[in-house]
Design a protein around this ligand. Sequence first.
Ligand code: NAP
Ligand code: GDP
Length: 318
Amino acid sequence: MSEDKVIIVTGGSGLVGKAIEKIVTEEGKEGEKWIFLSSQDGDLCDYAATENIFKKYKPTHVIHLAAMVGGLFHNLSHNLEFLRNNMHINDNVLQLSFETGVKKVVSCLSTCVFPDKTSYPIDETMVHNAPPHPSNYGYSYAKRLIDVANHAYNEQHGCTFTSVIPCNVFGPHDNFNLECSHVIPGLIRKLYNTIEKGEDKFYVLGSGAQLRQFIYSRDLAKLIIWVLRNYEEVEPIILSVDEQAEVTIKQVAEELVKSFNFKGDIVFDKTKSEGQYKKTATNSKLRKYLPNFQFTPFDIAVKETVDWFKANHKIARN
Ligand code: NAP
Ligand code: GDP
């Protein structure tokens, strides 16, 4: 069978990449050959290594997920590396996609990259309106440049390079390292360890008042696949749960306590950083395209992730 599309997924071994792999494997759609890459296939910060990947696989389509990714505390201490690594990765992937005639690239921004001081809800037109939150400016400016590059490649060369803007993501295969993870995987590891040690206090960083929208990685995977197949705009599209699904970090902690059936107390360490208070985004553009898309309820997605971690804690990233 000849494949019409050869799709490489950079960052294919990560949280979102693994979720896409699961969905396309279950679908088994004909005419698409999917290749999931990790840093073992080559360092995308390096032009020659990236070129080798494009020569080897000759992709017609690219889902570009690879990035230096981390939670609030990792960003706070490594803004320079987040800026430089992500600028190099993005420039190499987009330039080689152009040079080798890739038909479509879907890259990933994040709702973290929006301005800190903004009106709500945030929409796709606001990416460049004002500076991002100071905690993650390195990551944010590198990501914003993807949108600038997508427009420039389109204007000068007619390329269909676009981007998606997910809200906070979580699910199986996340980074569960206590030092550099996002809140859900970090708290899952922490609560698991608390229970293992027989302790009765579950420590959550900050006051718990911060608000976030969380999308389950498997829902995001379905939406990114839909974007690859159907979305023709260069302008980015926000891939987020509805505004009403926004939760506080306190609610997240309570949901985890329920999933683990933990009987001790939650303790909020108010001396720790909290990052942006909220970054509430509207998914109204997505809803115009897909009015009936069903997001997995938060409690079910949290339970599935906790169960995955319990079964896989020995191999989960740490
Ligand atoms: P992740 O789990 O940390 O995975 C990162 C992926 O990038 C891994 O496959 C990693 O390969 C690869 N990678 C990193 N540096 C590389 C390099 N120099 N060369 C080649 N590959 C490299 O990330 P994720 O959470 O799935 O994020 C996927 C995308 O979604 C990213 O673009 C991120 O910015 C965006 N996003 C994430 C969130 C979130 O909450 N997680 C929210 C919004 C947007 P190895 O496995 O070999 O290290
Ligand atoms: P953000 O959405 O970019 O700020 O990224 P995070 O997922 O790292 O953090 C979200 C919120 O969770 C912040 O307000 C943190 O203070 C709070 N938080 C509470 N406990 C933790 C933890 O153990 N790890 C992380 N990363 N954040 C935590």
